[in-house]
Design a protein around this ligand. Structure first.
Ligand code: HEM
Length: 336
């Protein structure tokens, strides 16, 4: 922890920083950013300049209930955000019986999970919820297994089926996509899903990721981070809701409130090979922190400022930040 630098800049003791900053998965380890196969084992705690993140598979933080409420609103408006191709039903149960016990273990004060045979009892006091269901019986969960899982974890959920030497995106529930469409991608192969990403054919990252995921063994859990930027604390920046958010990208550079409105958006992405079905589960937890909060950590302020200034145009264009990244970087670096 680099308390010296922080205190030098008169930002005070790290102890007074709010949890949203102390637990933020700040993604930059240097002054420039390029795609890389940045995959590491899950659960490993990462120390940052002001705190840490990464101890649990499913993070339950101060946004847990409000993010789930937001998800419900999105799903009510647009049912295309979730789909389960029939052959993936067992994988969804596999995910439920893998993730709920993991949550209960990480959050024993608020959650508990007991299983006897195929009958499970799940308690989640954060939601005043206590229920019993039978593994494999879709009717034992009133909203169905996929919607139920999406009501207990704030991560977006994607299932990939390994067959024919590739991975097929055949099920999921995605309400907080960063500028892509789950409904459009359902039924596609891993490499097809990544076609819009720049440098896909010239850099080996995506191909390597594909090979890595194909070799995952049942029970293995890994993770990586990815990042972009979003105007306001808006979780749903999917292709479907584009008309609601895209315009802000053209005006934010000249908005005096830019430091409070513009957020660094970090995804902690977990990749699990489910123990019974062998399906690959891809979980995406989205964290949003305004630049005004980033600036409370001087090392982050400078590093983010340099990364935004240096990022090649093709990557900035793809991330949708090209029109405002200079304004953001100028603001972040103004205090240097
Ligand atoms: C396990 C399943 C995975 C799924 C379902 C998935 C899905 C996606 C999707 C939907 C996008 C957005 C594409 C678009 O614009 O339409 C994307 C972007 C991307 N993915 Fe994956 N991904 C997975 C794993 C990985 C892994 C392991 C890597 C490893 C290096 C990776 C690297 C990337 C990169 C570099 C981008 C571009 C991100 C950016 O510039 O903001 N993905 N992925």
């Amino acid at each position: 922890m680099n308390t010296t630098i922080i205190n030098d800049q008169n930002t005070g003791d790290t102890a007074v920083l709010p949890e949203r900053i102390k637990g933020f998965p700040f993604p930059f380890s240097s002054d420039s950013y390029r795609y890389s196969a940045n995959v590491e084992p899950a659960h490993k705690i990462v120390q940052t300049d002001v705190g840490s993140w990464g101890s649990s598979l499913i993070d339950v933080d101060e946004y847990y209930l409000s993010d789930l409420k937001e998800r419900e609103k999105v799903l009510e408006k647009d049912p295309s955000r979730t789909a389960v191709l029939p052959h993936m039903r067992p994988a969804v149960w596999d995910a439920i019986t893998t993730l709920l016990p993991a949550m209960a273990e990480d959050h024993p004060d608020t959650m508990s999970y007991h299983r006897e045979g195929n009958v499970c009892r799940w308690t989640n006091t954060l939601q005043n919820l206590e229920l019993e269901f039978t593994v494999g019986d879709d009717d034992s969960l009133p909203m169905g297994p996929m919607r139920f899982l999406g009501s207990q974890i704030t991560d977006d959920i994607v299932f990939l089926d390994p067959r024919e030497d590739t991975l097929w995106l055949d099920a999921g529930l995605v309400t907080f996509a960063a500028d892509w469409s789950f409904g459009f991608d359902v039924g596609m192969k891993f490499m097809e899903v990544h076609t819009p990403v720049p440098r896909v054919t010239t850099e080996p990252v995506i191909n390597r990721a594909h090979q890595f995921l194909l070799r995952l063994q049942p029970g293995e859990q890994f993770r990586r981070t990815n990042w972009t930027m979003t105007v306001d604390r808006r979780l749903d920046t999917s292709t479907e809701s584009y008309p609601e958010w895209a315009r802000d990208r053209g005006t934010i550079a000249n908005d005096p409130d830019l430091p409070n409105r513009l957020h660094l958006r970090v995804e902690v992405q977990h990749m699990l090979c489910l123990p019974h079905t062998g399906a690959v589960l891809f979980l995406v937890r989205t964290y949003l922190l305004p630049l005004s909060d980033i600036a409370q950590v001087p090392v982050w302020r400078e590093r983010a400022g340099h990364v935004l200034a240096e990022l090649p145009d093709d990557m900035a264009e793809y991330k949708g930040i090209i029109r405002y990244r200079k304004a953001a970087s100028d603001w972040l670096l103004a205090g240097e």
